[in-house]
Design a binder for this molecule. Structure first.
Ligand SMILES: [Zn+2]
Ligand SMILES: [Zn+2]
Ligand SMILES: [Zn+2]
Length: 471
């Protein structure tokens, strides 16, 4: 059992070293002496070393429908503790690294299939016009920037003060991993209301952007908007990324297909440049009106000025390689991140006190408190700002995609499950199963062992990848 820690004093007897062992090490020793340890270790390996497995107990019996012959029977009766662990499947790296890598791998497959084909998508999709788009939130007030050693944060030769008496410039340098980048120069000047309303309406702004994109394409092609669907369908996959300042921006793949989706050829009049122009024009003109409130006045929700559009052509473009593989890797990297990587919380808050005492920086706390305050107003009820205070008002999923983009997480999981079990024709069998939840998580010793398992698997995966790349 290589790589499985047995405590620093392995080899010595339990009685001799007990006073020098931590409680975790004692727990590891207890575990390795349990009768079902080897089987349990195999199970943990099967979960990839999941950090927070869910334990289930029960059975599944598969019988041939006609004869009643038992084809497969599995029960946790003889498993260690009468139970079996399954993956937590959390996508967040901070919650469960091994499951987040699996999820990122699935995201990679989904995005890549939509660009290069495979997983039920025809290879001809490679020739459809595709762009990688980044859409940002506008500025809500000056924030400190991460700088390299040569530049300062916000140089101002003649100084100057904001209405609250704070300097409008910042002569300092901030390393990217310091606490300053993303924090406002003056919290009182910062538009917290604008920031959380933008988050709360970002989903609608995206929907408006997609509508606008179709309208632009129709007018550029000289056909009525209502008839565009007869020639063309747009598909997308997008992720949201929290920036340092706590505002999300979107990275999206947008692809033009024929009327029947990825397996149909797009009309001859559309190419990548055409799509790129339509993206710019829709992003520049699209907006959403926030609900009116006497507390916040009229608010128009628009995109920030920084709009990047890169054609995905599988060739060098403005010095960067925007290939399908690079785009899939880029998008799937963000799927393991969440608001907690920008200093926020992964769990919902239920009272104002939880915000007041949350282990977050003052900027994030102010954003959460603004959600809480505005969330009490009836005119903002539909924005559900209080239940989403922990995500700073943003309610979107990590990955959103249109129905016809490519495959789904569910399909990828099904394929994996079918691959893992024996292949039995589903139509002529009967399945009887009963499962119940019996607990979750690790004891300190189990956690230590699971960590070693996931580390070992990761090293094996990386060395395999290096070997493949070398070849
Ligand atoms: Zn997990
Ligand atoms: Zn600064
Ligand atoms: Zn100020």
């Amino acid at each position: 059992m290589n790589g499985i820690p047995k405590g620093r004093h392995s080899g010595a007897s339990k009685a001799e070293c007990r006073p020098f062992l931590s409680s975790t090490e004692r727990d590891v020793i207890r575990l390795v002496h349990e009768p079902g340890f080897d089987r349990w270790l195999d199970q943990i390996k099967a979960t990839g070393g999941c950090e927070n497995p869910v334990y289930l107990a029960g059975y599944t019996t598969v019988q041939r429908a006609e004869t009643g012959e038992i084809l497969r029977h599995y029960s946790t009766e003889n498993e260690p503790g009468g139970r079996m662990p399954v993956r937590c499947r959390n996508r967040r790296e901070r919650r469960c690294a091994p499951c987040s890598y699996l999820h990122a791998g699935d995201t990679y497959q989904i995005v890549r299939a939509g660009l290069s084909g495979g997983k039920g998508v025809h290879d001809s999709v490679q020739h459809h016009p595709r762009v990688l788009v980044t859409l940002t939130a506008p500025g809500f007030g000056p924030v400190h920037r991460a700088t390299d050693s040569a530049e300062v944060c916000r140089p101002r030769r003649n100084g100057g003060l904001c209405p609250h008496g704070l300097p409008v410039g910042c002569p300092h340098r901030h390393p990217a991993d310091s606490s300053a980048p993303g924090r406002p120069l003056c919290p009182a000047c910062y538009d917290y209301v604008g920031h959380v309303l933008w988050h709360a309406l970002a989903g609608r702004l995206w929907a408006r952007f997609c509508d606008g994109l179709k309208r632009c394409l129709a007018s550029m092609a000289g056909i009525p908007r209502s008839r565009l669907g007869e020639q063309l369908r747009l598909s997308f996959a997008k992720v949201a990324e929290y920036q340092k300042r706590g505002a999300v921006h979107f990275h999206a793949v947008i692809r033009a297909d024929g009327p029947d989706g990825p397996n149909a050829a797009p009309p001859p009049w559309i190419d990548t440049d055409f799509l790129e122009n339509a993206v710019h024009s829709s992003a520049a003109t699209g907006y959403v009106q926030a609900p009116f409130s006497s507390a916040t006045g009229e608010r128009k929700i628009v995109w920030g000025e920084q709009i990047d559009v890169h054609p995905i052509r599988g060739e060098h473009f403005t010095g960067e390689i925007v290939t399908p593989d690079a785009v899939a890797a880029y998008i799937s990297k963000y799927i393991t991140k969440s608001v907690s990587d920008a200093g926020g919380l992964d769990q919902r808050v239920h009272t104002y006190e939880e915000i007041a005492y949350a282990p977050v920086n003052p900027h994030i706390r102010a954003l959460m408190a603004t959600c809480w305050r505005l969330g009490a107003l009836p005119e903002f009820e539909s924005l559900r700002l209080r239940p989403w205070a922990h995500t700073l008002g943003y309610r979107g999923h990590a990955l959103t995609k249109s129905r016809r983009y490519s495959t789904t997480y569910g399909e990828l999981r099904d394929v994996r499950a079918r691959y893992a079990s024996e292949s039995i024709g589903a139509s002529d069998t009967l399945t009887d199963a009963a499962w119940r939840y019996v607990g979750s998580g690790h004891t300190p010793g189990e956690e230590e062992i699971a960590r070693a398992v996931s580390h070992e698997l990761r090293v094996a995966r990386e060395s395999y990848r290096e070997r493949v790349t070398d070849e």
